[in-house]
Design a protein around this ligand. Sequence first.
Ligand code: AMP
Length: 249
Amino acid sequence: MKVIVAVKRVVDYNVKVRVRSDGTGVETANVKMSMNPFDEIAVEEAVRLKEAGIASEIVAVSLGVTACQETLRTALAVGADRAVLVETDVELQPLAVARLLKSVVEREQAQLVLVGKQAIDDDANQTGQMLAALLGWAQATNACKLEIADGSARVTREVDGGLETLNAKLPLVMSTDLRLNTPRYATLPNIMKAKKKQLEMLSPAVLGVDPTPRLRTLDVSEPAGRKAGVMVKSVAELVEKLRNEAKVI
Ligand code: AMP
């Protein structure tokens, strides 16, 4: 079974994001970029499937600027066999990503696509769902457990107030949640080996997809700053302020 894992290059989760002064988006110049954390979990899950003898090949796919090659090399160092970069400088929105991924999935004849439940930059939580719809495949979102046997996947999902278990016939698009696994670190020897693994370069034109954005961002702004707190001298004063100033009790 061939597995495709989509890996997005995003602002590192430890970086304090700054909004560009013209309000057109967030600052990405000179900012540390990394693999989207949910995609790290997706790569780890694919590697575990290969180690269990269920996956035969893992292809990591990224879409975006040339520097996404670094993200793909990370996936290769953790255990992906090959990588594909669909290179473009155009801002990619989830529908364009889903259409490009569909084309790659069809070229590769994969049976399982793993994506993150959301990219921590746009927080869209749309790509996996759109991809499953475009392919006409089953989908399971926010997975915290995956078992594959006899051409079917049993996926446990985190839902409000509990867990839901689904059974889906392959092929399947699955999105990962935080508790699916704990991703491993790439070892130095594997980072070196990853440099020699195949990284294929494609373009939206080769895949026959027009990635032009359909949505226009009108404004991006920082949340309002928090007001300074005050120290109260007694419980009575606290209750008085909560009742008469904050009006919350
Ligand atoms: P989103 O729908 O934007 O929140 O993204 C959900 C998931 O889709 C991500 O965690 C990735 O697995 C995948 N994805 C989105 N954009 C890209 C991209 N440009 N390259 C590779 N994967 C992507």
